[in-house]
Design a protein around this ligand. Sequence first.
Ligand code: GLU
Length: 305
Amino acid sequence: MNYQEILDEIAQDIRPLLSEGKVADYIPALAEVKKEQFAMTLTLFDGTQISTGCSEKLFSIQSISKVFTFTQALKYYGVELYKRIGREPSGNPFNSLVQLEYEHGKPRNPFINAGAINVTDALISSAGERAYENLLTFIQSIANDKTITSDNRVATSEMQHGYRNLALANLMKSFDNLHNDTDEVVKTYFKHCAIEMNTQMLSRSMLYLANYGRDPLSNQEYISKEQAKRINAVMLTCGHYDASGDFAYRVGLPGKSGVGGGIVAVVPKQMGICVWSPGLNAQGNSLVGTKALELFTTRTGLSIF
Ligand code: GLU
């Protein structure tokens, strides 16, 4: 299959859509990002990368970081983790408070904001002040790039406007399902959301999930085969908030989006994928990114279905 040709064709086909969607302007630092941008990268098991568009351009990974925090927490706590968070789709917006109230402070899954804040709390409980550094080291390792870091401007901007996320943390605390200082937890959460990567780094970072928890290039095992299966399953069912069903229907791959406009996806036993375009649809997922992945799996037949 000529992947380069396929990606270049997709880049052409999505062009008319680049002006659609809306950047995440509820985070002021992200409101400044120019909407008409697109990049897509595939990383194969031998390390070959095929890209189209501005694949070296760094962007805010936002909720894609939740795949990495979930991986770390699952590795540390195992199934104990599910005492504090569920693994069911929420069917609600990513930052909703309502469900959390009537489900007694237990977030539906690790990928909605409440769930990810809860996972961050669990990581702080296990690693203390080193929680963020440990996470960053892990991301640098799976992406094979030591330059990766967080953009403090974005993290600060989120903290200054993070009323809803702080409300989620405080609500969980009131149900005794959050154990550290809420400000510290939310600050750490924003810091990992503000990590900057490009599509090359992110598609490379998905290889361990495409290969049963083991990086096919370094042969390092990051998580067990069983845990990799679980993470992929939660990505498929919960990775796109209340549009997770639609993403599975259109794309048919485990994936995770972020409001920075990135989407990562996993083709089991084949490759890691990342696509980026900052214009979002109504559910907070990259509009063009979703379309590009839909075209990719339709044209290559590489969905899991
Ligand atoms: N930092 C963002 C927030 O908490 C993450 C949301 C997302 O990427 O979906 O609102």
